[in-house]
Design a protein around this ligand. Structure first.
Ligand code: J2J
Length: 537
C-alpha cells in the first residue's frame, strides 16, 4: 500500500503547533482574513486587469461554486496547468475552498507528465487553458481523459471545445465552511526528481502557510511591496519563497508577467513601480545584458535569485547593473528554503546561498556513510523541519531511499556549512540536470531513449553551459551504425513521447561503449569529465 501522505510524528507536530509555526489555519481562512484586511488594495495586476483583494476573494468564492456544483469535494486532486494569468489565483483558492488540492503542473508539461499526474493521483479534474505559446492544451486534455478513468471534468480557460468552460457563475452560491482541517494536504508541488517518473510533494496548509509567513517576514514584505511574478506561477519559488503568496499575505501587489524576458518585464517594472522580483540565474544573465544596453528600471529594490548555482562574479554585478540589492535563495519544493538576509554583508550575499528560514530547520551535512562532517567540509545535505515533507505521494519504495529512518530528507545537494550557519552549495549528488533552473531527471529521458530501436544503451548527463548553467547531453550506444539524421531523430523521439520541451537533450553523442563503474553501473562522473575536456565554454 503506497501512502498518500506521511505525517510528522505526533510529538514533533505538537511542538510545531506549540511554537506557533502551525496555526491550524486553512488557505480559505487565510484568504478570508487577508482579503478583509486589505479589501480595497490591489492584489493582482495582469495586463490592464486590476484585481483588488475583495475581488480576489469574491472570484475564489465564485470558482468554488463552479467546482462544488461540478461535484468536486474535499480530498479530490485536481491537476492545474495554467500559464501566468490572473485566473491562476482564484482558481487555486476556489479549489482549496471546497477542500480539493491543486497539483501544480507547469505550462511546459506535456502529455506524458499530465497523464501521469492525472492517473497517479486519481485526479477528478484537470484545469487548463485552450492554447498557450502556440500549443493546444485541449490535446493534453483528450489524452488525460483517455488515460485517467478517475477524471470527471476538464475545465478550459478560453475556447473549451468539447470540455467545460472555466467560467465562474456571476454569483457565488451558499458554500459550507471549508470541509478540511489545516493538517491535511493543501496542494501538491512537483519534484524535479532524479527517477523515471516525477514525484508529487504533498504540502499541508499548516506547513506551507508557515513557510510563506516566515519568508514574508524575512524579506520584510509589506503593503507597499510590488512583486513581479516572472517565473511560472505554479513553481514553488515564485509561489512561496515568499513569492506571490507571501506578497498576498503582506497585503502587497503581484504584477503577473506573461513571460520573463526583459522586453516584457522591464516596461512592467517601470509602469507598476515593481519593488521586488525573483529570477533563476540563467534569466539574471539575460536581464543584466539587457540592462547594460537599455538601462535599468529605477524602482527595483530587491532581486531574488535562486533555483540553480549563481556564480559570485555574476552575483556581484546585480547592484551596479540593476540598481538593487541581491538575495540568494536556495530552496526546494520538498521544503527547506535558505535565504541571505537583507543587510547581510557582501561576503555572505555574493558567496553563500543563505541560511534556513526556521530555527527548527534541522540541517545535517554528512559523508557517504551518513556521518556528520565538521563545518567547512562539503557533504550531503539532509534536512527535516516544520515545512519539509516526510514522504512523497504514493512512492513508498522511493521514500525509503529519499528519507532517512529519522525522517530527514536526502536533498541530493552537496553543501558546505560555514561556522556561522550559512550554506554554500558546492555540488550535487543526484542524477539530475539543472537546466536554467528547470530540473531534468536523467532517468526519465534515458527510459524514453531506450525505447528507440537504434538505441542499445544511454546515459544522460549535464554539461556546463555559460547561459543555461547546464545543457543536457545524451551519450548513446547504438545497436547498429549511426545514420546522418539519427541525432535529430532521437530528439524528435523524445519530443514525440510527450515530454516537456526543456527535457529534450540539447546534445546527442554517439559512443562505442559507456564507461562503467566497478559495480557495472554507468560511470557518469567519467562521462562528464570526458565532455568537459572536449567542450571548452
Ligand atoms: C544552487 N542550487 C539550487 C541555489 C535551488 C526557492 C528557491 C528555489 C527552489 C527550487 C524552490 C539553488 N543554488 N540557490 O523550491 O522555494 C537546486 C538544488 C535543489 C533544487 C530544488 C524555492 N536553489 N537549487 O529550485 O524543487 O539542487 O526548487 O535541491 O525546483 O534546485 O529544485 P526545486
Amino acid at each position: 500500500m503506497n501512502a498518500d501522505f506521511t505525517p510528522w510524528p505526533p510529538d514533533v507536530a505538537a511542538e510545531y503547533r506549540r511554537l506557533g509555526y502551525w496555526r491550524g489555519e486553512t488557505f480559505s481562512a487565510w484568504l478570508d482574513r487577508t482579503s478583509r484586511l486589505h479589501a480595497h488594495r490591489t492584489a493582482l495586476i495582469h495586463g490592464d486587469d486590476t484585481v483588488t483583494y475583495a475581488d480576489l476573494h469574491a472570484q475564489a468564492e465564485r470558482y468554488a461554486t463552479l467546482f462544488a456544483r461540478s461535484g468536486l469535494q474535499a480530498g479530490d486532486c485536481v491537476v492545474v496547468q495554467l500559464p501566468n494569468r490572473a485566473a491562476f489565483f482564484p482558481v487555486c483558492f476556489g479549489l482549496m475552498r471546497v477542500g480539493a488540492a491543486p497539483i501544480m503542473a507547469l505550462p511546459a508539461h506535456r502529455e506524458r507528465e499530465i497523464t501521469f499526474f492525472c492517473a497517479h493521483t486519481d485526479a477528478r479534474a484537470y484545469v487548463t487553458v485552450d492554447e498557450h505559446g502556440g500549443f493546444d492544451h485541449r490535446r493534453l486534455a483528450r489524452a488525460a481523459v483517455a488515460a485517467a478513468p478517475s477524471l470527471r471534468h476538464v475545465f478550459i480557460l478560453g475556447d473549451a471545445a468539447e470540455f467545460t468552460p472555466l467560467r465562474a457563475p456571476d454569483e457565488a452560491g451558499d458554500l459550507p465552511p471549508t470541509p478540511v482541517d489545516a493538517s491535511t494536504v493543501a496542494l501538491y508541488q512537483l519534484s524535479g526528481g532524479s527517477t523515471g517518473t516525477p514525484k508529487l510533494i504533498p504540502r499541508t496548509h499548516d506547513d506551507y502557510l508557515y513557510s510563506v509567513r516566515a519568508s514574508a517576514d524575512i524579506c520584510a514584505l509589506g503593503p507597499d511591496t510590488v512583486y513581479l511574478a516572472a517565473l511560472p506561477l505554479a513553481h514553488n519559488f515564485p509561489l512561496s519563497s515568499p513569492g506571490t503568496l507571501g506578497v498576498l499575505h503582506a497585503g502587497g501587489t503581484v504584477v503577473i508577467a506573461p513571460d520573463p524576458t526583459p522586453t516584457t518585464t522591464f516596461p512592467l517594472i517601470e509602469r507598476h513601480g515593481v519593488t521586488m522580483a525573483a529570477l533563476v540565474p540563467a534569466l539574471l544573465l539575460v536581464w543584466l545584458q539587457h540592462a547594460r544596453t537599455h538601462g535599468t528600471p529605477g524602482c527595483l529594490q530587491l532581486l531574488q535569485v535562486g533555483g540553480a548555482p549563481l556564480a559570485a562574479d555574476v552575483a556581484r554585478q546585480v547592484p551596479d547593473v540593476l540598481g538593487c540589492a541581491l538575495q540568494q535563495v536556495f530552496g526546494m519544493a520538498e521544503g527547506l528554503v535558505n535565504y541571505t538576509r537583507p543587510g547581510d554583508p557582501a561576503s555572505l550575499v555574493y558567496h553563500t546561498q543563505g541560511r534556513p528560514i526556521s530555527l527548527h530547520d534541522e540541517v545535517r551535512i554528512v559523508n557517504d556513510d551518513d556521518e556528520d562532517v565538521p563545518a567547512g567540509v562539503p557533504g550531503h545535505l539532509l534536512t527535516r523541519g516544520p515545512y519539509t515533507i516526510r514522504g512523497y505521494f504514493r512512492a513508498d519504495d522511493h521514500n525509503r531511499r529519499a528519507f532517512t529512518p529519522e525522517g530527514y530528507y536526502r536533498t541530493g545537494d552537496v553543501v558546505t556549512r560555514r561556522a556561522d550557519g550559512y550554506l554554500e552549495v558546492t555540488g550535487r549528488h543526484k542524477d539530475q540536470i539543472n537546466r536554467a533552473g528547470e530540473k531534468v531527471a536523467a532517468e526519465e529521458i534515458e527510459h524514453v531513449l531506450l525505447t528507440h530501436p537504434a538505441v542499445h544503451d544511454v546515459a544522460v548527463v549535464g554539461l556546463p553551459d555559460a547561459w543555461l548553467g547546464e545543457r543536457t547531453c545524451a551519450f548513446v550506444q547504438l545497436t547498429g551504425a549511426a545514420t546522418p539524421r539519427l541525432a535529430l531523430d532521437l530528439k524528435a523521439h523524445v519530443r514525440a513521447a510527450g515530454l516537456a520541451d526543456y527535457k529534450t537533450p540539447d546534445l546527442i553523442e554517439f559512443v562505442d561503449a559507456l564507461p562503467r563503474t566497478a559495480f557495472g553501473k554507468t560511470n557518469k562522473v567519467a562521462l562528464r569529465a570526458r565532455l568537459n575536456e572536449r567542450s571548452p565554454q
